[in-house]
Design a protein around this ligand. Structure first.
Ligand SMILES: [Zn+2]
Length: 248
């Protein structure tokens, strides 16, 4: 669970976040208050799935069933990503040429972005942050690769992204290419389940692949993200009639 006092203190330290969100275009939505997650489904007809859906994300990853679903294959190229502060998160936009292969399908990497705290939980426990690599595939499906992030050793890739992230709504660029593989654990089991986008419109079109192990990033870089987005995680959603699988 998110500590509510921490959230409120965080909002006080980021008075521009709400106005940034409004400037991002489309119906305004946020992570607290009148346009927070409990209201997302009512904010726009296109956001209905946020309230009415039955396969929503994020979820608590518990009771996972061991399965042999084939290796998650990442074919990501180091790039000097464009880094955008979009009013909801810090996002790195990818140029074409990076892919993930999941269960025989190929998905193209579009962008990766960050949440604080982690959106998914393992047996109820969240970590400091979570990174999501969003890939588009056939038939309007998406494969999102997620990794938990915790405070520890310096992570050069995350450090470079935070150094390039604009402090207000806008776009920056990395000075040098970074290897996005630094943002996922080298060796880890993977949770897999069928879910949704964790932001409006909450479309149920996502094959989730979340690493069980966390990566470490510098406390200072977590603090830099906190200064921009102290709380941008959707609450946990009910599992309903779904299974969580775990494999490697
Ligand atoms: Zn996300």
């Amino acid at each position: 669970m998110v500590d509510r006092r921490a959230v409120l203190l965080g909002l006080l330290s980021c008075p521009v976040c709400a106005s940034l969100a409004r400037a991002a275009g489309g119906p305004p939505w946020s992570y607290e208050g009148a346009d927070g997650p409990a209201q997302w489904g009512d904010l726009d007809p296109g956001f209905k799935a946020c309230a009415a859906g039955s396969q929503q994300s994020p979820i608590d990853l518990k009771g996972a069933i061991k399965a042999d679903f084939g290796h998650l294959e990442l074919d990501w190229k180091p790039q000097a990503y464009t880094v955008v502060n979009n009013g909801h998160t810090v996002q790195a936009n990818a140029k074409p040429g990076s892919f993930a292969r999941v269960a025989g399908e190929t998905y193209a990497l579009r962008q990766f972005h960050f949440h604080m705290p982690s959106e998914h939980a393992i047996n109820g426990a969240r970590t400091a942050m979570e990174v999501h690599f969003v890939h588009a595939g056939p038939g309007g499906r998406y494969a999102v690769v997620g990794a938990f992030m915790k405070s520890g050793a310096t992570n050069a890739a995350f450090g470079a992204v935070m150094a390039a992230a604009p402090r207000t709504l806008g776009e920056g660029a990395l000075r040098r290419p970074i290897d996005p593989r630094q943002l996922v654990p080298a060796k880890s089991d993977v949770y897999r389940y069928a879910g949704s986008l964790t932001t409006p419109p909450c479309s149920e079109v996502v094959d989730w692949n979340v690493y069980a192990r966390s990566i470490e990033v510098a406390a200072g870089d977590i603090a830099a993200f906190h200064a921009l987005y102290p709380m941008n995680a959707r609450p946990l959603q009910p599992l309903n009639r779904r299974f969580v699988l775990i494999g490697h």
